[in-house]
Write a protein that binds this ligand. Structure first.
Ligand code: ADP
Ligand code: MG
Length: 780
């Protein structure tokens, strides 16, 4: 070890020389100058001092003040200066892949190095990290995974958890684990960084850790809400009931026309303007929060954004525009639309850029650069531009008011959730982005009265995501008893909901009696969907009917692709009913609609197909990409039949598909009582529920099955949301329960040995077939 120490020391001295050389070079000097101009620099010594003297330090400061790029660097530099460069190891976590990658690239550049030398990054399935990497940026998930195999984080000297104010589930999770670790590793340093001032909460969680605030300055930003925006762009507000003339159909036709025009790359003519007109009428009529539900962000929000952008581009005042949107699919399609938009004027005077998790890194750099004089930079971004990325020359901000709430995120972002309204704090933060270098303006694309209904802060993810997935995660990371572990969170969830979640996991066979993870549970913890949907996928793979089951699960996790325009509801309903046919099943309708769309896509007529059948192409595309993800994950776990011929052997057996759906959703079943004038539905445990109004079974005089399975129900309204499925006679529940154990054992056996093909899978098949056998089904 003497020799080791000498080698380390020599290496550390080399690093120190290298750092000095760079800082004295002309380029390095320029960088040093820039870095010294950041607000964080004034606090450098205070920060380093605090970190030396305390195990935990909380740092807060306005976005852009230099937390992410500077503080990890200050630590690394001071270690290098103290000739400990070769023995330190700093890990800085980021909530998103893209920030881990972008920041590491920036920090390496500031150090005059290539990525992968002393600075590197690691995200799922990707990384750039060398033998000499001392500062590693990674996603929170990566650090959690490392903790699984290296509980004490041996060799790590500093852990920096960035963007803690976002209160993502992984971050809250990580804090519990780190809090446990600190007493075991007294020399380990933990630094928590946050954009907002509620540092108190974190400080007291870590026994009164010192907090350091980096003062910053922002210029005033004028806020415009929808009312003023409409005035500015020369429109009037029309009451909702006056717009009935503008039918959905006309709008569709025009969009179609616009689309085909765009295909030919010709300039768009009045068609687009007509669409804008109609869409805007719809948009303007929205005055209360309730009526806003008619505001379809897929189309109407877009046109509003287009209008506002056109209005701004024509302004004299220079400055970049930052547009907050909900997801990359929206961003890409708006970008496509704008690229050929006549109202934007000379295309060479506009620099349109997208900023989201999967943008190419060439575009990443352009986002930070100042465009040529006379060129307007427009950046279309997701809410990652709220705090993790700072674009200095932004003067105008457009805020659509929505963001996709990330839910269960065991395997990085899956596009699972609907956009929902942001919080007041987030709206303020978005507005603030316009005042970095001079006073700015912010256009909120919603009325002030809607803003007033926003929550002050967003609820922490831990308190708003389904606990079932979280509990599985705790078990798979071997973090001990679920209830006890969660009780130590920054803001613990209610005990009763934890207990319910554990109970549920036992019922579906993911945990055994002693709360240990079963083989099924382990498989489910690796799938980025709720456990019951994960179970459906596992069953679909085992029973060789994977394709339709993947469609069902993807559909249930993305959103309903069937559109129900309010003024064409009858037509839309009959289009959907055609897919379901004699099956009276929303699931089967979904499978058939998706398959028809794939077929149409192959023949280049996907758009016509969607138009004719009232389907959302965007949703179908999202379903398509989620299916691919499912497939790779299942294949990784060895569950997918190696033999391609076998894979879909039972995919056309609707009865089997139903059985699998039922086995997945159980105990989500309700009985059907057909009455004279109405239909009553009763769940196993809590009585009366109502049918989801878009279900193929809604509005029918008589449901031909005595049971339905369902995916979701809303606790307050007692509404059945989601899909419903046929079911069997009342004795079914008993039969099911008695067969359930057998089924679970077989699944377990199959999972333990996925390769053991024929025998167990035939056994399983016979159990499932029994579930749906003729004598179990009434009225078929
Ligand atoms: P914080 O984490 O406090 O929000 P950052 O450390 O991310 O701040 O950024 C500090 C400054 O460095 C910002 O003003 C930003 O403009 C600049 N910066 C960050 N990343 C880049 C980059 N890739 N290229 C150029 N400038 C950057
Ligand atoms: Mg930051």
């Amino acid at each position: 070890s003497d020799v080791m120490e000498r080698i380390l020391r020599r290496r550390s001295l080399q690093l120190r020389n290298k750092q000095q050389e760079w800082q004295e070079s002309p380029e390095g000097q320029k960088m040093v100058e820039f870095r010294r101009s950041l607000p964080a620099y004034k606090e450098r010594d205070a920060l380093l001092n605090a970190i030396q003297q305390n195990q935990v330090v909380v740092v807060s400061g306005e976005t852009g003040c230099g937390k992410t790029t500077q503080i990890p660097q200050y630590i690394l530099e001071s270690e290098i200066e103290a000739a400990r460069g070769a023995s330190c190891s700093i890990i800085c976590t980021q909530p998103r892949r893209i920030s881990a990658m972008a920041v590491s690239e920036r920090v390496a550049a500031e150090k005059g190095e290539k990525l992968g030398e002393s600075v590197g990054y690691k995200v799922r399935l990707e990384g750039m990290k060398g033998r000499d990497t001392r500062l590693l940026f990674c996603t929170t998930g990566i650090l959690l995974r490392r903790l699984l195999v290296d509980r004490d984080l041996r060799g790590v000297s500093h852990v920096i958890v960035d963007e803690i104010h976002e209160r993502g589930m992984n971050e809250d999770f990580l804090l519990i684990v780190l809090k446990d670790l600190l007493p075991r590793r007294p020399e380990l340093r933990l630094i928590l960084m946050s954009a907002t001032l509620n540092a108190e909460l974190f400080s007291s969680y870590f026994g009164g850790a010192p907090t350091i605030h980096i003062p910053g300055f922002t210029y005033p930003v004028r806020a415009h809400f929808l009312e003023n925006i409409l005035e500015m762009t020369g429109h009037r507000l029309t009451p909702y009931n006056q717009i009935d003339d503008y039918g959905e159909e006309k709008m569709w036709k025009m969009q179609k026309q616009a689309q085909s025009l765009k295909k030919r790359k010709s300039r768009l003519t009045s068609a687009v303007e007509d669409v804008l007109e109609i869409a805007d009428f719809r948009g303007y009529s929205l005055r209360t929060r309730e009526s806003l539900s008619f505001w379809n962000p897929d189309s109407i929000g877009f046109n509003l954004i287009e209008h506002v952008l056109c209005h701004m581009v024509k302004k004299e005042r220079p400055g970049a525009v930052l547009v907050f949107m909900t997801g990359w699919d929206d961003i890409n399609s708006l970008k496509d639309q704008l690229q050929v938009h006549p109202l934007l004027g000379d295309p060479s005077k506009v620099l349109l850029l997208a900023c989201h998790g999967s943008m190419p890194s060439s575009e990443q750099r352009l986002i930070f650069e100042k465009p040529e004089v006379g060129v307007r930079k427009i950046v279309l971004a997701t809410n990652m531009a709220e705090t993790s990325i700072t674009i200095n020359d932004v003067v105008f901000v457009v805020d659509c008011g929505k963001a996709k709430e990330t839910s269960y995120d065991a395997l990085n972002n899956t596009p699972c959730l609907l956009p929902s309204w942001i919080s007041k704090a987030a709206a303020r933060q978005r507005r603030g982005r316009a005042g970095r270098v001079q006073s700015g303006e912010c256009y909120h694309l919603y009325p002030k009265c809607v803003y007033d209904t926003f929550a002050d802060y967003q609820l922490p993810e831990l308190l708003r995501t389904p606990l079932q997935s979280l509990c599985l995660q705790i078990k798979s990371l071997e973090l001990g008893g679920i209830t006890e572990f969660l009780s130590r969170a920054l803001q613990p969830p209610e005990l009763l909901s934890v207990q319910n979640a554990v109970e549920y996991l036992k019922i579906i066979g993911a945990l055994d009696e002693n709360e240990n993870l079963t083989v099924l549970g382990r498989n489910l913890s690796m799938l980025p969907v709720e456990p019951k949907l994960g179970k459906m996928l596992v069953l679909g793979a085992i029973f060789n009917c994977l394709d339709p089951i993947m469609t069902v699960v993807a559909g249930l996790s993305v959103r309903d692709p069937f559109l129900m325009p309010y003024d064409k509801k009858d037509l839309a309903e009959s289009a959907k009913a055609q897919f379901s046919g004699q099956e009276y099943s929303d699931h089967i309708a979904l499978v058939r609609a998706y398959e028809g769309w794939k077929e149409a896509e192959r023949e280049q007529s996907g758009f016509e197909y969607c138009w004719k059948n009232f389907l959302s192409a965007q949703t179908l595309k999202a379903i398509d990409s989620l299916r691919k993800q499912f497939f790779y994950l299942l294949k990784d776990s060895g569950l997918v039949d190696q033999n391609i011929e076998n894979r879909n052997k039972w995919s056309h057996d609707d009865n089997l598909i139903r059985a699998v759906i039922c086995a997945g959703l159980f105990p989500g079943i309700c009985s059907v009582v057909n009455k004279e004038k109405s239909i009553a539905l009763k769940t196993m445990e809590d009585g009366q529920v109502l049918l989801y109004s878009n279900s193929v079974n809604a509005g029918v005089a008589k449901i031909p099955y005595p049971w339905l399975v369902f995916n979701e129900k809303d606790g307050h309204l007692k509404m059945l949301g989601g899909y419903l499925e046929f079911f069997m006679k009342p004795a079914f529940a008993d039969t099911y329960l008695s067969l359930k154990r057998e089924l679970e054992e077989l699944i377990q056996k199959k999972l333990l040995n996925p390769a053991s093909d024929m025998e167990s899978s035939n056994e399983l098949l016979s159990v499932v077939r029994l579930l749906i056998s003729e004598d179990q089904c009434e009225g078929r």
